[in-house]
Design a protein around this ligand. Structure first.
Ligand code: G6P
Length: 369
């Protein structure tokens, strides 16, 4: 087992550090930025269906559901098709309205999640086209779908999903770009810019991983907290949910992810000098709004751990801790902003003596409902 861990103390840490490679592997052969070329065989088969889809419904569970939320922003923005993101367990039991013009995208690392599989069967019975995004080749979900694309993250052993998430987001980004360019909603210059930027992501993830030592120091200060809030807006809202999920899964600290603006409708009541608030405040279209949200937290003496874009000076002047990540397009930011959150949860869990790779009560693959 120690050989399999490749020198890392845990599979989770190894998998976090594998992300430059797993992201690259998930886009490899599917894109040539130079010639604006995108290809994904699973989509090609159903290209007309995708281009003319009424709606895209994404079904998934856990971290895969968070990747689905990122895809909602991507597909609606780039391809202008309405997207709904559903917990597979809710979708399958609520008599959803579906027809032949709908496409259902099922996302699953293991390809074995019982609720996701049942949601697929239900959608099939209503005539929808099912597209799968799985990591495990030949898995039940991969076999149950009409077409699909694999994420090439390699085996993920740690129960808390890390590299599978970024691989899913990578594949979903490619899908949004393909549909957007076919539908004419994503103009060629913008498509080109995004492709060129996507190619730089593996090396920017590498840079973000260099923050490890800095994050260990922050983890030392917060390892004993009882609660933690994660805030983000836009593309970073699903990342806030994912950051909170990672922390609760492996460290057993109660954590909540919220869209930053929703804080005033509830979570703000929890904020006092004991409450750490992780804010994803990268430079994007909602940046100014997030600055106000940080001020609201500081006014109530909350401790702010901010993830910011390199070179930012506004948020660092307000926050208690600042983690700087490289600049990128807001469409691609989740691939970078999630990295420090994975590392923060990992180190806090290790410092608390938790079983990081096999947290209590959780399973890697949930094959029963
Ligand atoms: C379990 C795992 C999570 C995973 C979720 C969905 O809860 O512990 O890490 O995100 O299932 O799994 P899937 O294999 O369908 O992505």
């Amino acid at each position: 087992e120690s050989i399999e861990k490749g020198g890392y103390e845990h599979f989770m840490l190894k998998e976090i550090f594998e992300q430059p490679r797993s992201i690259l592997d998930s886009m490899r052969g599917r894109m040539i930025a130079e010639s604006n070329h995108l290809m994904m065989s699973g989509i090609r088969e159903f290209e007309n269906k995708f281009v003319n889809a009424n709606r895209i419904i994404i079904v998934a569970c856990g971290t895969s559901w968070h990747a689905g939320l990122v895809a909602e922003y991507l597909i609606e923005d780039l391809a202008r098709i309405p997207v709904e993101v559903e917990y597979a367990s809710e979708f399958r039991y609520r008599n959803p309205i579906l027809n032949e013009k709908d496409i259902v995208i099922a996302i699953s690392q293991s390809g074995e999640t019982a609720d996701t599989l049942a949601a697929i069967e239900l959608a099939k019975s209503k005539g929808a086209t099912i597209f799968g995004i799985c990591n495990v080749v030949g898995s039940s979900i991969a076999r149950a779908t009409d077409a699909g694309a694999y994420t090439h993250a390699g085996p993920e052993i740690g129960v808390a999903s890390t590299k599978a998430f970024t691989a899913q987001v990578t594949v979903l980004t490619l899908i949004a770009m393909i549909i957007g360019s076919k539908r004419g909603t994503l103009e060629t210059t913008k498509l080109h810019e995004l492709m060129v930027e996507l190619e730089t992501i593996p090396s920017k993830v590498e840079e973000a991983l260099q923050l490890n030592d800095q994050i260990i120091k922050i983890a030392e200060q917060y390892k004993d907290v009882a609660n933690c809030i994660y805030l983000g807006r836009g593309y970073n809202f699903p990342v806030a949910l994912e950051g909170a999920l990672k922390l609760k899964e492996i460290s057993y600290i109660h954590a909540e992810g919220y869209p930053a603006a929703e804080m005033k409708h509830g979570p703000i009541a929890l904020i006092d000098e004991q409450m750490p608030v992780v804010v994803i405040a990268t430079k994007d279209s909602s940046y100014e709004k997030v600055v106000s949200n940080v001020q609201e937290v500081k006014a109530r003496k909350g401790k702010v751990i901010a993830i910011v874009t390199e070179g930012d000076t506004t948020i660092p002047a307000m926050a208690d801790h600042v983690i700087e990540i490289p600049e990128t397009s807001e469409h691609l930011m989740p691939l970078l902003s999630v990295i420090p959150l994975q590392l923060l949860s990992y180190h806090i869990a290790v410092m608390r003596g938790c079983n990081v790779d096999q947290p209590r009560n959780l399973a890697k693959s949930v094959t029963v409902e």
